[in-house]
Design a protein around this ligand. Structure first.
Ligand code: 3EB
Length: 345
């Protein structure tokens, strides 16, 4: 609530949150910012034991490094409809839709087909919702580094995804932003797609080769995602950042060194934020120091203290908007990856 100070008769300015129809919060339980907000999607981090979760909540098979349960909830001030279509759940509101496909995990030999079929279903359902633009796709599945060379699950996943994108005519210059991270325990292949009726203005990081142009050494088909972007939704802008790691050009740098990988990842994020700000026009600008919501994926739980210190000194505090998750990164030598979103009005 905003209160007028005594004696001041000027109108109460509209609080930012109430102009913005989209809100995201991170909490140990599912708490709407106001009675007018409805859940669009809730990412549940923690063990998948609790039955009877509300519509829209998806467990992605990752645990907070500190233990316990956390929910990153996306809220819309306005109606949200929830449906189930086959293996997919769909949430729709005026500006966005979220489509979730969860299917059982599969062995590395079967993972190309499993990923391809899951993407076919996702994109098929996506065509039926009233939001034609893919904004971001989060991908989570176990044992991402299992299998050698091109037999590795991540590379097989990348083939299946590329084939499905091809089938639906999604060309490299229009791919959504992405995240692909490995679960550290048994769980489903979970794919969460954020869509909008508003287009995605996408940006690449000048320090990195576009992932869809990675050379052959990283697999037969390149990973289909753009590095970052912005959705101008009328009363707010939504900035999205893909999973970002210590990759310069196309190469992993500082293999197995968490200190230097953290520095490099943050440098990549800064350059990416600048690139996204540029394509979004002058009024809007993205900076990590604003009220971003970040997911920090760490291969080694022991690195939590170091990375928390680094992020705290950059952001001021990490208590309400940063989730630290135990996860496997898609290249074996990488120890950290960060993705995030930010809403600006
Ligand atoms: C990278 O930059 C790190 O395959 O969808 C980041 C974000 C990464 C998305 C994906 C992979 C993906 O290549 C890995």
């Amino acid at each position: 609530m905003t209160h007028n100070t005594a004696g001041n008769t000027s109108p109460v300015p509209t609080p930012r949150e109430s102009r913005c129809r989209l809100a995201i919060n991170v909490s140990q339980s599912i708490v709407p910012p106001s009675a007018e907000h409805n859940l669009l999607v809730g990412f549940h981090f923690g063990s998948d034991a609790s039955p009877g979760r509300p519509s829209g909540v998806v467990n992605i098979g990752l645990d907070p490094i500190d233990g316990g349960d956390l929910f990153e909830c996306w809220w819309f001030r306005g109606d949200v409809d929830h449906d189930v279509i086959g293996n997919a759940t769909v949430a729709q509101c005026e500006d966005y839709a979220v489509v979730v496909v969860q299917v059982p995990d599969a062995s590395p030999q079967d993972f190309r087909t499993r990923s391809h079929d899951a993407y076919q279903e996702l994109l098929d359902v996506a065509q039926q919702v009233g939001h034609s633009h893919l904004v971001k796709i989060w991908n989570y599945f176990p044992s991402i580094n299992m299998g050698d060379d091109d037999r590795e699950k991540y590379r097989q996943f990348s083939i299946g995804r590329a084939e499905a994108f091809e089938h639906f005519g999604i060309i490299d210059s229009t791919v959504p932003t992405g995240t692909a991270v490995g679960c550290t325990r048994d769980s489903d292949l979970t794919i969460v797609a954020l869509m909008s009726k508003h287009g995605l203005l996408s940006a690449e990081n000048p320090r990195q080769i576009s992932a869809f142009e990675y050379p052959r050494q990283y697999g037969p088909r390149s990973p289909k995602f753009s590095r970052g972007g912005c959705v101008r939704a009328g009363n707010h802008d939504l900035f999205v950042i893909s999973g970002t790691a210590a990759i310069v050009g196309h190469e992993s740098v500082h293999p197995n060194d968490i200190n230097l990988q953290t520095t490099e990842t943050l440098a990549n994020l800064h350059h990416l934020c600048d690139a996204v700000s540029k394509i979004c026009g002058e009024e809007a600008s993205l900076g990590l120091e604003g009220d971003s919501v970040l997911r920090v994926y760490l291969r080694n739980p022991d690195d939590l203290a170091y990375v928390t210190r680094e992020l705290t000194s950059l952001l001021g505090n990490v208590d309400t908007n940063v989730v630290f998750l135990h996860a496997h990164i898609c290249r074996r030598e990488l120890l950290i990856e960060i993705d995030g979103v930010q809403i600006a009005s």
